[in-house]
Write a protein that binds this ligand. Structure first.
Ligand SMILES: Cc1ncc(COP(=O)(O)O)c(C=O)c1O
Length: 419
């Protein structure tokens, strides 16, 4: 019986608690999923922020099958390539916020973070500025869990316990809200030592935190002035979640690199990538003495994943889902706002993007409240700061947003009454 299997080690899980308490998802359709014990749940978290076009799209399955029947994949090392990786690179480079961009494909978001941090250091070393090695990130930041992602994590629980404060030395955490404080910290170590600043436009896992006005443009301007690469992690916000194809458009940013994953396939296949601007790619593309960037993955630009991404982007375009997400953002804000009056709620965070966080008061039992929501038919989960994550697929309607708010309220009431 798969639900009682003891072989699987779950990511980010307290395994003694998981045993006997698994929630096995067996099907998905639109904004809903079904469980192995026959329940139908509204997926208010879009899985892990990924299911932008919703679950169970047959057209995406057909695109995958068509590609697999022709060629499952072929790698991109050296002079080899496959057509879907080439075509998707053209499309995403043209649509993305980095002018004249190149695309380096990865298998997911953490891979994209790893690539960007390595490439930043590699560029400066190539340019004879090997002292520029520090990677700056922000408190509360989440950039996946590979070596660099762990080392630049702004969430202590993801960073600690590996024998030192971080796996990879020469990282710096700065304030995520106060621009002056952030820049002051960089000044203090010396911007000439900094290779790159990495920032989520809207923090996701850190608790759904939108940037204060001027923070990101200010950070970008500082980076420009000090020869520091500005890297925007759009793993969550890319492909519509911010109410624009990329959050960079919304915040007027033009970074040196943009990280992508999740929404590029809406989760129908694992794929990530980095959009890379000319400041970074030129030395690797020009001249006989251009260095080789010794990086890549077997599945960089996996052909089936890229074919799936093409169909996902077609669906986003044909159904106007990015514009829909922008409209839903306003509805979500309006519908969740009254929850702020609940005694167990400290704040409703819904400033930017079709994503919200209901921050519970510090001593509210978040896990219990999230569990109560699932029992009432709505999936949410607790992220940093005792925040309940709300970011449904873009196919939900206002009725479903109201259902989410009602279920949250009912679960909060139940826990409040029992206290
Ligand atoms: C902002 C951000 N960067 C990177 C990642 C890592 O992506 P992945 O889990 O695909 O490796 C995530 C995942 O949630 C993320 O939210």
């Amino acid at each position: 019986m798969p639900s009682t299997s003891t072989a699987l080690w779950h990511p980010q899980a307290h395994m003694p608690s998981v045993a006997g308490d698994r929630l096995v998802i067996t099907r998905g359709e639109g904004a809903y999923v079904e469980t192995s014990d026959g329940r139908r749940l509204l997926d208010a978290t879009a899985g892990l922020w990924h299911a932008n076009i919703g679950h169970g799209r047959a057209s995406v399955a057909r695109a995958a099958a068509r590609q697999m029947e022709r060629l499952e994949t072929y790698h991109l090392f050296g002079r080899f390539a496959n057509l879907p990786a080439l075509e998707l690179a053209e499309r995403v480079a043209a649509a993305g916020p980095v002018p004249d961009a190149k695309v380096f494909w990865t298998s997911g978001g953490s891979d994209a973070v790893e690539l960007a941090c390595k490439l930043a250091r590699r560029l400066w070393q190539h340019e004879g500025r090997a002292a520029k090695r520090v990677i700056v990130s922000r408190e509360q930041a989440y950039h996946g869990l590979h070596g660099f992602g762990t080392s630049i994590a702004g969430l202590a629980s993801n960073r600690e316990g590996y024998g030192s404060e971080s796996l990879i030395p020469e990282t710096l955490l700065v304030a995520n809200a106060g621009l002056d404080a952030a820049l002051g910290s960089i000044d203090a170590i010396g911007p000439e030592r900094v290779a790159a600043v990495v920032a989520e436009p809207i923090m996701g896992t850190g608790g759904v935190i939108a940037p204060p006005p001027g923070y990101l443009p200010g950070l970008q301007a500082y980076c420009r002035a000090h020869d520091i690469l500005f890297v925007v992690d759009e793993v969550i916000t890319g492909f519509g979640r911010a109410g624009a194809l990329f959050a960079c458009e919304r915040f007027g940013l033009e970074p040196d690199m943009v990280l992508m994953a999740k929404g590029i396939t809406s989760g129908y296949a694992p794929l990530g990538g980095v959009l890379i601007g000319p400041r970074v790619w030129q030395p690797f593309f020009d001249g006989d003495h251009a260095p080789v960037f010794r990086h890549g993955l077997t599945y960089s630009g996996h052909a089936t994943a890229c074919a799936v991404a093409q169909e996902n982007l077609d669906v986003l375009e044909q159904e106007g889902l990015v514009a829909r997400a922008a409209t839903l953002e306003l509805a979500l804000r309006r519908i969740l706002a009254p929850l702020a009056d609940h005694p167990l709620v400290a704040e409703v965070r819904s400033t930017a993007g079709f994503m919200a966080g209901v921050r519970l008061v510090a001593d509210a039992p978040g896990e219990l409240i999230a569990r109560g929501c699932i029992e009432r038919g709505v999936i949410t989960r607790v992220i940093t700061d005792n925040v309940l994550q709300i970011c449904p697929p873009f196919v939900v309607g206002e009725d479903e947003l109201r259902q989410i708010a009602d279920v949250l309220a009912a679960s909060l009431d139940e826990v409040g009454a029992a206290a």
